[in-house]
Every structure is written in C-alpha cells, then in structure tokens.
Design a protein around this ligand. Structure first.
Ligand code: SF4
Length: 213
C-alpha cells in the first residue's frame, strides 16, 4: 500500500476512535504486565474483575512471589489457561526481582527477557505503561491490517515491521488501539460490517470482495 492511502486510513481511524486506549485497569507497569498476561484468550472485562481482587494484596513482584502456584491459580482461574498464566506471572515476577532490581523494564528488549513475555506483551507494556512507540500485533491488529492492505506478511513480527514502515512513528501506539477497536466493533473475524464500514473505499478486502461484483 502507498503511504498516502495509509495516512488516509489512519486519519479516518483517528476520527472514528478518538479515545482509543486499553480497557485494562492498572496502577503501575507491574499491574499492567500481569493484566496483559491474563488477557490472552480472555476479555478485558473479566481480567479487570480478577485483578481487582488480586491486586488488593498482590500488586508488586515482591508480594506476588509469596503466592504459591495453586494460590495464584485460585485467583485467576476464571481467566482461562490459568495454569500456564500463573506459572508465567510467578516466573516473570521472580525475573523482575532477580534481574531488574524489582522494577519492570522500560524497554521492549528487556521486557522480552521476562519469562512468558513475548513481543506482543512487551510492546503493549512498553507503549501503554511507558508511552513508548510500538505497534503490538495481536489477532485483531493482524486481521484488520491484512484486510485493509496495510500489511501482507505471513507472521506477526513481519506484520509489525511493515506497519512500522508505513505508519508515522508518533502514531504507532495509537495505531495499535485504532486497529483493535475497529476489529472489535466493525471488522470482526467472522462478520465484518463492510457495507457500512467508513473505510470501505480504501480497503483491499472490500475492493476484492464487493467491487465489480
Ligand atoms: S471494509 Fe470490511 S474488511 Fe475492510 S476494514 Fe471495513 S469491515 Fe474490515
């Protein structure tokens, strides 16, 4: 896609979702990190219910590692995949204590050194907690950017690189939220609302599936 079309898409998304931010509730980078780990395959609403209770007592890595695996699972079981998530949270918390003096690292490279933290989670924490510029590519960002024609890479890393090349850097952290919101509200996986979508005149998927038919 050419830069001009990309800029038009981002401009429209900015108007459609002016207040796009994360729905996860947190009071520190550590709380956000835990919430993002819990949010895999789970709604933000459910995560907020779970963390509201969990963070009353366990809102720092020091406090979290006093919990046993089973003790943490009891708090988070309704988020799904609770065994793996509890293990990741406890190991990442121990890594923060052992390798980073108890502070969540403020850069993507070090965030990825924490147990269970992949590039997507690192990018979310970096951009949301530290206001860094990064486009975390989750399932919504991947699907919507491919449909629109902003990216065509087969994997998430190269999709992120393509988006980085096309979108102005000062908009990366916002672009992540714009694309997620559009994916949730309009461009859903199974039933995209193409006929009423404000982006349809610029969209590759729309051109391929609805124009000249
Ligand atoms: S026109 Fe359809 S495929 Fe394209 S962004 Fe809109 S909803 Fe998604």
């Amino acid at each position: 896609m050419d830069k001009k079309t990309c800029d038009k898409i981002i401009d429209k998304l900015k108007n459609m979702y002016p207040d796009a931010e994360t729905a996860l509730e947190f009071n520190s980078p550590y709380e956000l990190l835990v919430a993002v780990i819990l949010s895999a395959q789970c709604t933000d609403k459910r995560v907020n219910i779970v963390t509201k209770e969990l963070f009353k007592q366990y809102n720092t890595p020091q406090k979290m590692v006093t919990l046993s695996q089973e003790g943490l699972e009891d708090y988070i079981h309704s988020c799904g995949f609770y065994h793996a998530k509890a293990s990741h949270i406890l190991k990442a918390s121990q890594d923060i204590l052992d390798k980073f003096n108890g502070q969540v690292p403020d850069n993507v490279e070090d965030l990825q050194k924490l147990a269970g933290v992949g590039r997507k989670t690192a990018n979310v924490v970096y951009s949301v907690a530290f206001n860094g510029q990064a486009i975390a590519v989750d399932t919504h960002v991947f699907r919507v950017s491919h449909r629109l024609g902003l990216a065509d890479a087969k994997d998430v890393f190269n999709t992120e690189m393509q988006l980085n090349r096309l979108i102005d850097k000062d908009l990366w952290r916002h672009a992540h939220h714009f694309l997620i919101n559009h994916g949730r509200q309009v461009c859903s996986a199974r039933n995209p609302k193409c006929q009423t979508c404000q982006l349809n005149t610029l969209c590759k998927y729309y051109k391929e599936n609805f124009e000249n038919n």
